[in-house]
Write a protein that binds this ligand. Structure first.
Ligand SMILES: [Zn+2]
Length: 366
């Protein structure tokens, strides 16, 4: 994406967010002005057209600012807002993984466009609608520019609600799906929907003989593609189960033993977490972090049981890895004990998963 988009110009900060505009924007303005003059418009009316396009991008900017403000509510920073001739991009530090929050952040953009068109509509409702016909709409002037901005905002908001990446509607769809099926599967489903839309736009473009539709299709396709890239590591694990990344070698320590036993085991082996049994039943887990904290707070003669954390859940060896990742994210744990039937057979930790992804990445083609 970066190579295609290239250089952009820094405009300034708004509410602490750097605003950038892409250099090709100047081409768009020149083209609007030039094409107006070319088809015989006066300089004045060509300037009205330019003013209209600039207002439009002010609305695009406000749309992006809407996303940024909603994200700020959840403590997510916006790294920059970039204005491109094809629209705007607000680069959020991260996408909220809570579906409800992701939905609100996604809706905030189109909501801004709805508010702008409602404001203009209300103004017209009070003062009376201007008399417009197709002929008077062909050229933008002081009499119809607000009507055009209102219409454009309805289009902008509506277009962005198409349920295909990279449109906001695509994010809403992914958020809705991820309530039911987990984030990885939801993303894959939403990317498929976006590809279908891209194909539909191409077919429609051929049908109405409008090359602009192909541009939109390409835009959707590229957006879906980059969304796919973003979750690519997650896709690598599709089709694998917990058993594939299982650490089968594990040590069980007794809850009554002093903490120094765990320190010895930690120093002697490769393991970074231990399972802890109380009365012959595995009930707790002791991670490296637990050991370090226990050592500084309670000393090495304190019992392991005091420092270990209660196991909140086990996962089954046949659980798909994409579900495991969702569980790890949701529960915010680093190590998960694994069962086969009723028997504890090992553990998985985040490092295993990363290694596994790297291996898969190295062995997969395309
Ligand atoms: Zn948006």
């Amino acid at each position: 994406m970066k190579k295609i988009f290239g250089q952009s110009i820094y405009l300034g900060n708004v509410l602490g967010i750097p605003i950038k505009i892409h250099w090709t924007f100047s081409l768009l303005i020149l083209w609007i002005f030039g094409s107006n003059i070319y088809r015989g418009a006066s300089i004045e009316s060509a300037l009205w057209s330019v003013l209209f396009v600039l207002s439009l991008f002010a609305c695009v900017f406000l749309h992006e600012l809407g996303h940024a403000m909603a994200a700020r509510r959840y403590g997510i920073r916006t790294m920059s807002i970039l204005l491109l001739p094809i629209g705007g991009v607000a680069s959020l530090e991260k996408i909220p993984s809570d579906p409800k929050k992701e939905m609100i952040v996604a809706f905030a953009g189109p909501a801004v466009n709805a508010v702008i068109s409602l404001l203009i509509g209300t103004y017209y409702f009070i003062t009376g609608f201007p008399e417009l016909n197709m002929e008077s709409l062909a050229q933008i002037n002081s009499g119809n520019i607000f009507f055009m901005i209102m219409t454009a905002n309805i289009f902008l908001g509506g277009f962005n609600l198409i349920p295909a990446f990279p449109m906001d509607g695509g994010r809403v769809l992914r958020a809705l799906l991820s309530i039911r099926m987990g984030r990885v599967k939801a993303t894959r489903a939403a990317v498929s929907v976006a590809s279908v839309f891209a194909v539909l736009f191409v077919i429609y473009g051929i049908y109405i003989r409008n090359p602009f539709m192909a541009v939109i299709a390409l835009f959707i396709y590229m957006g879906a593609r980059s969304e796919f890239e973003a979750v690519k590591t997650e896709f690598f694990i599709a089709g694998s189960v917990v058993k594939d990344v299982l650490m089968r070698k594990f040590t069980v320590l007794d809850a009554q033993s002093p903490l120094k036993t765990a320190i010895e085991a930690l120093l002697n082996g490769q393991e970074t977490a231990f399972l802890i049994k109380e009365n012959e039943v595995i009930t707790k887990i002791l991670t490296k972090t637990d050991i370090i904290r226990g050592l500084s707070e309670k000393g090495n003669e304190s019992s392991i049981g005091e420092s270990a954390s209660e196991i909140r859940f086990f996962v089954h060896e046949s659980m798909p890895l994409e579900d495991l990742i969702d569980v790890i994210r949701r529960e915010n744990v680093s190590v998960v004990p694994v069962k086969s039937g009723e028997e504890v057979i090992g553990m998985v930790d985040i490092n295993n998963l990363t290694e596994f992804q790297l291996l898969k990445a190295a062995t997969s083609h395309g």
